[in-house]
Design a protein around this ligand. Structure first.
Ligand code: BG6
Ligand code: MG
Length: 220
């Protein structure tokens, strides 16, 4: 049974929670894996959700039994990122998942803060494209942290930036590594996706449109 909590902030992951960039990351990694002749499926990609660029590449290389030099890692990461940026270049506010705007409005009406905790170095670009950058009281992303999810660093940084202690935060994530990071940060975890995959979460909904302010409040 969860301990009672006072909710003061909701900290969201970006890719796969607020928009469908998880699919574009997958397509860009898949193209690279194909080129390297490493078998890579959507199921494999579940393990890479929430994992930063370098550790994702290393996971794929390891799966293929490849040993990459630092220079090869740099080149392959740049190639994947260029492909990813090409895939997302036409993103617009129309790519924001349904339900995000009303949920943000309801969170603000409660007086709760809104934070971002993303493993992506492209987070600011995507927020800008979606037209939601100004909705966040604090944005923490991969440019500011050393340790990738499942390490809690990015969630702890977001909470500190919001001026809210972790025990008063709810984290919202679509990734196994992300839910682990939220738990390790001492926050209440909400999963977006498959309950079987995100078993550590206090609540799992299939997509953000299904997440209501009443469900968040009920976690308190
Ligand atoms: C995470 C995604 O948000 O960011 C991962 O879930 C992605 O799939 C990671 O690899 C790193 O993103 P970027 O944009 O810095 O390469
Ligand atoms: Mg995600």
């Amino acid at each position: 049974m969860n301990q009672p909590m006072t909710i003061r902030a909701i900290i969201f992951d970006l890719d796969g929670v607020l928009t469908d960039t998880a699919w574009y990351h997958y397509r860009a990694w898949k193209a690279l894996a194909d080129e390297l002749a490493v078998p890579f499926t959507e199921q494999d990609n579940e393990q890479l959700k929430g994992v930063d660029r370098l550790n994702s590449l290393r996971w794929i290389a390891h799966k293929g039994g490849l040993v990459l030099s630092a220079a090869e890692e740099e080149r392959l990461m740049a190639q994947k990122n260029a492909h990813y940026l090409e895939l997302i270049q036409h993103m617009s506010p129309a790519d924001l998942y349904p339900g995000v705007q009303p949920l943000f409005a309801a969170i603000k009406a409660k007086g709760w803060k809104i934070g971002l905790a993303s493993a992506s170095k492209n987070a600011a670009f995507v927020l800008d494209r979606l037209g939601i950058a100004a909705d966040f009281d604090y944005v923490a992303d991969a440019n500011q942290v050393k340790n990738s999810k499942p390490d809690p660093e990015v969630f702890l940084l977001a909470a500190a930036g919001l001026g809210v202690v972790p025990a008063h935060c709810i984290g919202v994530e679509d990734a196994v590594a992300g839910i682990e990071a939220i738990c390790a940060a001492g926050m209440r975890p909400v999963g977006i996706g498959e309950p079987a995959l995100l078993a550590q979460a206090s609540l799992v909904v299939p997509q953000i449109a299904a997440l209501s302010i009443a469900q968040l409040q009920a976690l308190a």
